[in-house]
Design a protein around this ligand. Structure first.
Ligand SMILES: Nc1ncnc2c1ncn2[C@@H]1O[C@H](COP(=O)(O)OP(=O)(O)OP(=O)(O)O)[C@@H](O)[C@H]1O
Ligand SMILES: [Mg+2]
Length: 253
């Protein structure tokens, strides 16, 4: 279970040239709930606040205001326990080229205090599901972005997390690789995990998300099934909801 209650996040950024400080309100009063066995899609244009929201749920960043709970654990009051429940995939494709996927997963397993045999078994299971098993013992330095993404996914899920937080898991992947990732997310849902993904990829949303929230300028819209959102807005595609929100925002300025 993921629960966000009236969450705010503001960054202070400094203009290097004028040295003036200004506040960027990345998230402005966000509330949402994702239940076990559900895939929630967080949509929104660049800079909308998706990654900030996911980083806060993953416990990598604290909200300025509001409350975030994962599996009933407050991410600020019980950060370590909460973080242990979470499998987080960032958009950063950093893998350690010197290692093979198997080696990397072994190191991560040790780092997380997992039993070596259990971690090896789970790592192989995930690599098979991701169709990466043929590359388990190949050094990652020459890996394609899709292969790197698969390794990052296996790493995020190695400790068997109850809550799965994936930031743009299919961006930059071809349709076949994307399908492999989506199939794995379906398995995660069927296993009763709580899944939240951010994406720009509309077909993915319609295909796998049970519920969708559109984040625009730090605020959440929708928070319903993709079909319900289309009906509510009287549009045919979710892109049109973006355009509508952008037009409203421009009209306000
Ligand atoms: N560490 C940070 N320091 C300062 N500003 C930040 C930081 N992280 C995010 N922001 C700002 O917060 C806003 C939201 O950023 P965020 O990365 O959450 O957007 P996003 O929806 O993930 O966008 P994208 O689709 O481009 O990944 C942006 O204006 C961004 O510049
Ligand atoms: Mg982002």
């Amino acid at each position: 279970m993921i629960q966000l209650t009236d969450v705010y996040k503001t960054f202070t950024v400094k203009d290097k040239r004028t040295r003036a400080k200004k506040q960027v309100e990345a998230v402005k009063g966000l509330s949402l709930t994702v239940k076990p066995g559900e895939i929630y899609g967080l949509l929104g244009p660049n800079g909308a606040g998706k990654s900030t929201t996911l980083r806060m749920i993953a416990g990598l960043m604290q909200p300025n205001q509001g409350r975030i709970q994962v599996c009933g654990l407050d991410t600020v009051e019980q950060p370590e326990k909460a973080r242990a429940k979470v499998g987080y995939l960032s958009t950063d494709l950093n893998v350690y080229g010197r290692f093979t996927p198997r080696e990397l997963l072994r190191i991560f397993g040790e780092f997380q205090g997992l039993d070596a045999k259990v971690a090896e078994r789970r790592g192989m299971y995930l690599m098979e599901k991701l169709q990466l098993d043929d590359f388990a013992d190949v050094k990652m330095e020459g890996f394609s972005s899709g292969q790197k993404q698969k390794v990052s996914i296996a790493r995020a899920l190695l400790h068997d997390p109850k809550v799965v937080i994936f930031d743009e898991p299919t961006t930059g992947l071809d349709v076949l690789t994307a399908k492999t990732v989506l199939d794995l997310l379906r398995v995660m849902r069927a296993e009763g995990r709580t899944v939240i993904v951010s994406t720009h990829v509309m077909p993915m949303v319609e295909e796998i998300c049970d519920r969708v929230g559109i984040i625009f300028d730090g605020l959440l819209y929708g928070d319903a099934s993709p079909k319900q959102i289309l009906d509510d807005w009287g549009v045919k595609t979710l892109d049109e909801v973006f355009f509508e929100l952008a037009a409203r925002s421009a009209a306000e300025v």
